[in-house]
Design a protein around this ligand. Structure first.
Ligand code: AHR
Length: 502
């Protein structure tokens, strides 16, 4: 089987924003406690942060990190997490039926982000709180000093403002599971008021208004329209959230999940541009795809089993999804979809970072290891350069239960005009056949070096575990052949590949 790709560096989609390689740390399960923070761990630093996790997060190559939730944020009081630890309250966390100790809060998370070299994206609670509390946390975090809240931050050991640029106006407010869930009209009014108040403090903040919590929500599309009509002038992004899992053994559809992500993005862009047209605005709203991943939601329903409210646990094992090679290929394809839309998707957050539907797993007192999904993320983050290109791709197709007829091969390329080379990211969705991908590189004006790394395995269900943390590793793809104006590579069945051309 053959597929054909033509690369022309003149056909630019847009700059690949580093914020596309963002992630998400929620107070959920063992993401914070026993994930990034475990004071008794042998590698813990003076703040109690695990150094082995810090190293892996750096290797992963994450940029912006969304915090502190997620569903958690809709019941959260940000001020519980500041000041002397011994005075911080323990609280019921209704989102995850857990007890929140508040040992980690905004200041500690900022300290951790400095270690990993990340930027904070902070979500305010618009589920059970409102404009005033959003203004308070903004003043605490970003105001230099000389006011009660900013001086409190200084007294808490942070003389420099955290200078948080990106702010989420609540989380998944369209979802009936969300504390304070509301209609689009109600939410839009609160988000508009919050955004305009926050802009009085700092007109240059980058504000993300909540879109739908998935494209399957009954209000999808209409929610975006209503919310944007009311908030358009005061926000910069609308959020998208999407999680994928196979239905039974329908791996053909699962492997085509990125087709769904493409359609989702294009539908939200169309809606945002429709509102732009109605308003006669010359400003465009971009997408913050601030929750995306493979997540076996139907398998990981442990929170419903935590019923005894008198004994809600601290940092229980929740959503500890193990990822296979098959999952990593789908995951890598989702990244291809995000990059393909780099002109309008200018921020994204892999949900989440450690232990909770995460590329990094930890054992208390023990090791930290990379899940299969770690590899497409780290390789894309380190190889995607400068601008995304529009490609001409001719691929055989196959039929899927969920998304109709779809291409067997999917790909995107990035190009660095300043000598950094061209990188192709490709997947082969076939369950059984390898595909020879022939790439026309004439327009690149000479390729003298081509190297490829692939994620694949004879067993598509292979995963990395505590017992066998290195079972799956990316492998060099030695099939690359350089020709006269062409590069040829074999893509194994169910594989994700990064190919660098210089
Ligand atoms: O990422 C896990 C959860 O998924 C988040 O808390 C919520 O926003 C979404 O439904």
């Amino acid at each position: 089987i053959r597929a054909h790709l033509t690369i022309d560096p003149h056909f630019e989609v847009g700059v690949v924003n580093r914020r596309l390689f963002g992630s998400f740390v929620e107070h959920l399960g063992r993401c914070v406690y026993d994930g990034i923070h475990e004071p008794s761990h042998p590698t813990a630093d003076e703040h109690g942060f695990r150094a082995d996790v810090v190293e892996l997060v750096k290797e992963l190559g994450v940029s912006t990190v969304r915090y502190p939730g997620g569903n958690f944020v809709s019941g959260y009081r940000w001020e519980d997490g500041i000041g002397p630890r011994e005075e911080r309250p323990r609280r019921l966390d209704l989102a995850w039926h857990s007890t929140e100790t508040n040992e980690i809060g905004l200041d500690e998370f900022a300290t951790w982000l400095e270690k990993v070299g990340g930027e904070m994206m902070y979500a305010v609670n618009l589920g059970t709180r409102g404009v005033l509390e959003a203004l308070d946390v903004l003043e605490y975090a970003n105001h230099r000093s000389g006011t009660r809240l900013s001086d409190q931050r200084v007294a808490n050991g942070h003389p420099e403002p955290h200078n948080i640029r990106m702010w989420c106006l609540g989380n998944e407010m369209d979802g009936p599971w969300q504390l304070g869930h509301s209609t689009a009209e109600q939410y839009a009014q609160l988000a508009a008021a919050t955004a305009s108040a926050m802009r009085q403090v700092d007109p240059d903040l980058e504000l993300v208004v909540c879109g739908s919590s998935s494209a399957q929500m009954p209000t999808f599309g209409e929610w975006e329209r209503v919310v944007l009509e009311k908030t358009y002038d005061n926000v910069d992004y609308i959020s998208c959230h999407a999680y994928y899992e196979p239905k039974g053994e329908d791996y053909g559809s699962f492997l085509a999940s990125a087709v769904n992500m493409d359609r989702f993005i294009e539908a939200v862009v169309a809606t945002a541009d429709h509102v732009k047209a109605i308003r006669g605005s010359d400003k465009s709203i971009n997408i913050s795809f601030d929750e995306w991943n493979v997540w076996y939601q139907s398998r990981y329903q442990e929170v419903e089993r935590i019923t005894d409210v008198d004994n809600w646990p601290v940092a229980p094992r929740l959503l500890e999804n193990s990822y296979s090679v098959l999952d990593a290929v789908v995951f890598g394809n989702l990244m291809i979809s995000l990059i393909r839309h780099a002109d309008r998707v200018t921020a994204a957050s892999l949900a989440q970072l450690v232990n909770v539907i995460a590329p990094i797993m930890t054992e208390p007192g023990g090791p930290a290891w990379r899940q299969t999904t770690f590899f497409p993320f780290s390789l894309t983050s380190s190889h995607a350069r400068d601008v995304a290109l529009e490609l001409k791709l001719d691929s055989p197709t196959y039929d899927t239960e969920l998304y109709g007829t779809v291409p067997l091969v999917d790909a995107v390329a990035t190009h660095d005009a300043n000598g950094g080379g061209t990188t192709v990211f490709a997947v082969n969705r076939s369950l059984t056949e390898e595909v020879t991908l022939e790439i026309d590189t004439l327009a690149l004006g000479g390729v003298s070096r081509a190297e490829a790394t692939s994620v694949f395995d004879e067993d598509i269900h292979a995963a990395n575990t505590l017992e066998d943390p290195d079972r799956v590793r990316p492998r060099q793809n030695t099939s690359v052949e350089l020709g006269e104006g062409t590069v040829r590579i074999t893509l194994p069945p169910v594989s994700w590949t990064v190919l660098t051309l210089e």
